[in-house]
Design a protein around this ligand. Structure first.
Ligand code: NAD
Ligand code: ZN
Length: 354
């Protein structure tokens, strides 16, 4: 299929200023592929750039195409591309690192300081009709894996990285704090890596019910102003009288990070995935004297192949998480649904094949 000349793109100009406009269709360099975009999921970070114009030190100063949870079809290959051919359907790993620094050479390329990352200013994302990407950061999807599932490899990779950093293994008892899309994919990744008991928290009863429908063994509803220690006891009670040896915090809320530390069994691990305020008050001495390790994660590295395997093998089913679908021309409505969570929205998907 020859590429078209029109390239409708969802471009963020500033706070609450998302425009659909035509952009050029670029020619692939030697190692690039040109993709006809298929499905793009909306992530909380896309919504933050739209509503606040920034995430921490990343500030939208120039117009930027949104979108980084994406999959598409190869329509043109650079002269040196050998891993893909026209017509291949691929998931796009949105971060392309420099490949030369010590982090890249050591395999922790998510820590590369010169990474290009879709829809992190100033880098354009792929919520558009045609998009160029490095061929080696595109992963061919088997025929039975849909482009929507391909787009979902991005958040699922966050869950895989979190579960790996946590050391989830056969028999792990895992607490997940926050039942948003990232909490849910972390739960699914932990389950597929062998966790036998999973409890999940949220401040929303409906999100907890949804988490239960997706396989959580136990849930704990967090009410505003709840006492941390009582909540930690409630987690223990829900987990059959034992504390989790791993907690994956996926809300970013200060009180939830506190709970994550207090609830985790001595000698256990807390992984911080949620990104909330830059500084938080937490019971650090309690963590220290009980040898609870606190680890952060930043995106993921080397996780797309495993995430794809989990979906392709049927061990993880992300399809129920896709609650709303829109077309690229309806991008503004799609973002409004993602922002408000209207209609119980979990993952909002945008179809770019218009
Ligand atoms: P989300 O906002 O959809 O989900 C967060 C969930 O946490 C919501 O369901 C909310 O009700 C719940 N919550 C809020 N306060 C809570 C509390 N005190 N206790 C328990 N639950 C609470 O967001 P998401 O898309 O699922 O992402 C989750 C977090 O992960 C965000 O902070 C996001 O920035 C972060 N994130 C980090 C990385 C990384 O690389 N570290 C990557 C992706 C996302
Ligand atoms: Zn690098």
């Amino acid at each position: 299929m020859a590429p078209g000349t029109e390239n409708l793109s969802a471009v963020l100009y500033g706070i609450s200023d998302l425009r659909l406009e035509q952009r050029e269709v670029k020619k692939p360099g030697d190692h690039d592929v040109l993709l006809r975009m298929g499905q793009v999921g909306i992530c909380g970070s896309d919504v933050s750039y739209l509503t606040k114009g920034r995430i921490g030190d990343f500030i939208v100063k120039d117009p930027m195409v949104l979108g980084h949870e994406a999959a598409g079809t190869v329509v043109e290959c650079g002269s040196k591309v050998t891993n893909l051919k026209c017509g291949d359907r691929v998931a796009i790993e949105p971060g392309v690192p420099c490949r030369r620094c010590d982090f890249c050479k050591g395999g922790r390329y998510n820590l590369c300081k010169k990474v290009f990352f879709c829809a992190t200013p100033p880098d354009d994302g792929n919520l558009c009709q045609y998009y160029l990407h490095d061929a080696d950061f595109c992963f061919k999807l088997p025929d039975h894996v849909t482009l929507e599932e391909g787009a979902f490899l991005e958040p699922l990779s966050v869950g895989v990285h979190a579960a790996r950093r946590a050391g989830v293994t056969l028999g792990s008892r895992v607490l997940i704090c926050g039942a948003g899309p990232i909490g849910l994919v972390s739960m699914m990744a932990a389950r597929s890596m062998g966790a036998t008991s999973i409890c999940i928290t949220d401040i929303s009863e409906s999100r907890l019910q949804f988490a239960k429908s997706q396989g959580a063994d136990a849930v704990v509803l967090v009410k505003p102003g709840s006492d941390d220690k009582l909540l930690a006891d409630a987690v223990e009670e829900q987990m059959g009288g034992v504390r989790p040896d791993i907690t994956i915090e996926c809300s970013g809320a200060e009180s939830s990070i506190r709970l994550a530390i207090l609830a985790t069994e001595s000698g256990g691990v807390v992984v911080l995935v949620g990104l909330g305020p830059p500084e938080v008050k937490v019971p650090m001495v309690d963590a220290a004297v009980r040898e609870v390790d606190i680890r952060g994660i930043f995106r993921y590295a080397n996780c797309y192949p495993l995430a794809l395997n989990l979906i392709a093998s049927g061990r993880v089913d992300v399809k129920p998480l896709i609650t709303h679908r829109f077309s690229l021309t309806e991008a503004r409505e799609a973002f409004e649904t993602a922002r408000t969570g209207a209609g119980g929205a979990v993952k909002v998907m945008i179809n770019c094949e218009i």
